[in-house]
Design a binder for this molecule. Structure first.
Ligand code: ADP
Ligand code: MG
Length: 619
C-alpha cells in the first residue's frame, strides 16, 4: 500500500483506530512486527526520518545537522504532509498509514510500516514536527519532549513536513555517553544519507552540517548522476553500467572498474525495491565476479538496484529493516552473476594511464574510436619512430626491429590493418588489435593500437594467459619425463594428501612413484612447466591442502594448480622478450576470457588513449 497524500475525503479503515489516514494497528498485527531498537544513534534517527519523507513522496529532502546530529537533526521534505487531526496518532506506537492488517506485511511497498519510528525518536529527544498538506492553508506544529506531547498549534509553513530532533538521548545519559564524537557520528550519517540518495536518484537530497552543504544529489532520476554527486565525477566515469532482466526480476546499476577497488565494503551498495539493505546474496555474487580481478583483500565498488515482486521479499526480518529476505535468492544470484560477467569482461575495464579530471566526458565512456583515421595512425613517420634499441638493452634485440614489421603495413597500405581488424572482429577479442612496439625497462610491453598506446605488464599478462589456458585444459596436461627423478620426502599428513589426490595430479601431468614409507619419486611433470620449478610447484599444491586442512574439491584444486602454474611459468619482470614473443603473448592475451587482470587481480594492461595524448600535448 503506497502512502497517498491524504485527500479531503477520508477512506474508511478496515482495522485499527479508524479515524484517519494514520491508524493504530491491532494487537495481532503489532505483535507480528519484528520490533527492536529503532534509535541506536543519530544516524538511525536520520534513516527513519528520511524514510518517512520518501514514503511521503517527497521530491526534495534536506537534512541539517549540528554536532553530528547529537545536538540537532532537521529533516525537511516536500512530501504529502500530515493532516492536523492525525498528528497525535503519528507519535503513537504502532500507528501507521502504510499498512492496515498483518496480511499487508506480505506485500509492503513503503519503507516504513511499523509505526514505531516517530514515537521511539520522540521518547528519547525533543521533537518538533511542522507539517502541512497541500489542500490546507494552515499547517500544524507539534512538540513532543521525551515522549510527552507538549503543544500542538496551527502554523504557517510550506507544504510538506519538517521534523526537528533536538538533544538526542538527553533523558538517557548512559546511552548518550556511548556515542562517538560529533565528527564520527556525522560521518556515519553522511554514509547513511549517501546510500539513501543512491537508492532514490529521482529525489534531490541535500545534507548540511552547521548550515554548510556537505553534498547534494540533483534528483535527475539517473543513477549515474547520483553516483557522480556522492562519489565524485572521476569515480562516476570509471563505473560501468549493469542491467539484466529475467521475468519479473531485474537488476540495474553501476559497478566500478577493478582499478576503483576499496579496502572495505564501504562503496558497495545494494538496493532492493528502492530500499538500501544488506543483501548477502548480491554481495557474494559481486565479490565472486571480481575474485580474480582484484588484489587480495580489496573490495569492489558497486551500486546495484534489484527489483523483485513485493510478495517475494520479506522486509519484516530485521528490527532496523537493514536486512531483507529474498524468496528466490538463487534466481537473483544467477541474474546478477550473468549481468556482471558480461560487463566485467568488456574492454572498457582497461584502466586509463592518465586520470581524466574533466567532467564533460563523464557519461561518454563507451565512445568508439574513429576507425576511418586508422591508416593515418600508422603513417611512415610513426613507423620509424620506435627506437627499440634504446628501450631494451642493446644486443638483446634478436628480432627484426619494428620498422620491418610496420614496413609491411606501409607498403600494402591499409589492407593489412584492415585484415587485422577483420581478424579481430572474427575472434571476438576483448582487446583492440595491438602491435608490439618495444619492451620497456624491460618489464612492460608497449603496444600501439587504433586508439593510442597500451602498456602491458608482461608478467601479469602471461600469468593470466597461462591461468586461463590451464583451466581450459580441465586439469589434463601432457607430461614430460624428468632426466633426473626428484625425491620427495613427505610428512605423514602430506603423504596422505598426496595419495588422496594422486589421480588428479597424474592427470595434471605429474608422474609419481611410491618409493616406500612417506617417500615418493617425481619422475615426470607437466610439460609446460619451466625446468627446475617442478618440485616447488608440486609442494605448493600439497602445502595448500595442508594449510586448508582438507582435500579441496576438484574445481578448487584446478584453480590452485592453474594459479601455481601461471605464477611459476610466466615470464618474469625484467626478462627480455623478443618482438615475436611479445606479439605471441598479446595474441594469446587477446583470446583470454578476462584479459584485463592477472589471477591475483592486478591489471595486465593500461591505456594511454589518443585523447589522453592530445590533452597532454595540448593539441
Ligand atoms: P511508519 O513510517 O512505520 O508508518 P512512523 O512512526 O515513522 O511509522 O510514522 C508514523 C506515521 O506518520 C507514518 O505512517 C506517516 O503517516 C506519518 N509521517 C511520518 N513522517 C511523515 C512525513 N515526513 N510526511 C508525511 N507523513 C509522515
Ligand atoms: Mg517511518
Amino acid at each position: 500500500m503506497v502512502l497517498k497524500p491524504p485527500g479531503g475525503k477520508r477512506q474508511p479503515q478496515e482495522a485499527g483506530c479508524a479515524v484517519s489516514g494514520i491508524v493504530v494497528l491491532d494487537e495481532v498485527t503489532a505483535g507480528q512486527i519484528a520490533a527492536g531498537e529503532v534509535v541506536e544513534r543519530p544516524a538511525s534517527a536520520v534513516k527513519e526520518l528520511v524514510e518517512n519523507a520518501l514514503d511521503a513522496g517527497a521530491s526534495t529532502i534536506k537534512i541539517d545537522l549540528t554536532e553530528g546530529g547529537l545536538a540537532s537533526i532537521a529533516v525537511c521534505d516536500d512530501g504529502c504532509g500530515i493532516v492536523s487531526e492525525d498528528i497525535y496518532l503519528a507519535f503513537q506506537r504502532h500507528a501507521t498509514s502504510k499498512i492496515r492488517t498483518a496480511s499487508d506485511l506480505g506485500h509492503v511497498t513503503t519503507l516504513g510500516f511499523r509505526g514505531e519510528a516517530l514515537p521511539s525518536i520522540a521518547s528519547v529527544s525533543k521533537v518538533t514536527m511542522t507539517t502541512r498538506v497541500a489542500e490546507s492553508v494552515l499547517g500544524t506544529r507539534a512538540e513532543v519532549h521525551g515522549g510527552s506531547l507538549v503543544a500542538v498549534t496551527p502554523a504557517g509553513c510550506p507544504a510538506g513536513t519538517t521534523v526537528e530532533v533536538k538533544d538526542l538521548f538527553y533523558n538517557m545519559p548512559a546511552r548518550r555517553k556511548t556515542m562517538k564524537g560529533p565528527a564520527a557520528e556525522g560521518a556515519i550519517i553522511g554514509e547513511q544519507v549517501s546510500r539513501m540518495a543512491l537508492s532514490r536518484p529521482g529525489v534531490r537530497f541535500e545534507l548540511c552540517t552547521h548550515g554548510k552543504r556537505v553534498f547534494y544529489t540533483p534528483g535527475t532520476g539517473r543513477l549515474i548522476d547520483a553516483i557522480a554527486s556522492v562519489y565524485g565525477f572521476q569515480m562516476g566515469k570509471e563505473m560501468l553500467a549493469v542491467t539484466a532482466v529475467d521475468g519479473d526480476l531485474s537488476v540495474e546499476g553501476f559497478v566500478g572498474k577493478p582499478s576503483l577497488s576499496r579496502s572495505t565494503r564501504s562503496h558497495l551498495t545494494i538496493i532492493v525495491n528502492g530500499r538500501y539493505v544488506r543483501c548477502p546474496v548480491a554481495v557474494r555474487v559481486l565479490e565472486e565476479a571480481y575474485r580474480t580481478m582484484l588484489p587480495k583483500g580489496r573490495k569492489p565498488v558497486a551500486i546495484l538496484s534489484l527489483s523483485v515482486p513485493p510478495e517475494q521479499l520479506d522486509v519484516n526480518v530485521h528490527p532496523a529493516k537493514l536486512e531483507v529476505r529474498l524468496l528466490e535468492d538463487e534466481k537473483i544470484a544467477r541474474l546478477v552473476a550473468g549481468a556482471l560477467r558480461s560487463v566485467l569482461h568488456e574492454r572498457s575495464v582497461i584502466p586509463a594511464a592518465v586520470p581524466d579530471r574533466k567532467y564533460k566526458n563523464i557519461f561518454k565512456s563507451n565512445e568508439r574510436p574513429n576507425t576511418s583515421q586508422w591508416p593515418a595512425l600508422f603513417s611512415p613517420t610513426m613507423v620509424q619512430t620506435p627506437q627499440v634499441s634504446q628501450l631494451v638493452p642493446s644486443g638483446q634485440v634478436d628480432e627484426p626491429v619494428p620498422q620491418v614489421v610496420y614496413g609491411k603495413a606501409v607498403n600494402s597500405n591499409v589492407s593489412i590493418e584492415q585484415d587485422r581488424l577483420n581478424e579481430k572482429k572474427n575472434d571476438m577479442s576483448k582487446l583492440p588489435v595491438l602491435f608490439p612496439l618495444a619492451q620497456l625497462l624491460p618489464t612492460y610491453i608497449l603496444a600501439g593500437s587504433e586508439d593510442g598506446l597500451y602498456i602491458i605488464d608482461q608478467h601479469a599478462a602471461h600469468e593470466r594467459v597461462l591461468y586461463e589456458e590451464c583451466l581450459s585444459g580441465q586439469g589434463k596436461y601432457p607430461s614430460q619425463c624428468l632426466l633426473v627423478p626428484i625425491t620427495l620426502e613427505l610428512e605423514y599428513k602430506e603423504a596422505t594428501i598426496l595419495s588422496e589426490m594422486v589421480l588428479w595430479l597424474t592427470d595434471a601431468g605429474f608422474i609419481i612413484e611410491h618409493f616406500g614409507g612417506n617417500t615418493f619419486l617425481l619422475r615426470g611433470a607437466p610439460a609446460y612447466l619451466p625446468a627446475g620449478s617442478e618440485k616447488e610447484l608440486f609442494l605448493d599444491i600439497i602445502d595448500y591442502c595442508k594449510e586448508k586442512g582438507y582435500i579441496p574439491d576438484r574445481t578448487a584444486f584446478l584453480e590452485r594448480l592453474a594459479a601455481s602454474v601461471a605464477c611459476r611459468g610466466a615470464v618474469k619482470a625484467g626478462e627480455t622478450m623478443t618482438l615475436s614473443a611479445m606479439e605471441a603473448l598479446l595474441h594469446r592475451l587477446a583470446r583470454a576470457e578476462n584479459p584485463f587482470t592477472c589471477p591475483h587481480g592486478r591489471p595486465t594492461i593500461i591505456h594511454l588513449s589518443r585523447s589522453d595524448l592530445e590533452n597532454r600535448f595540448k593539441r
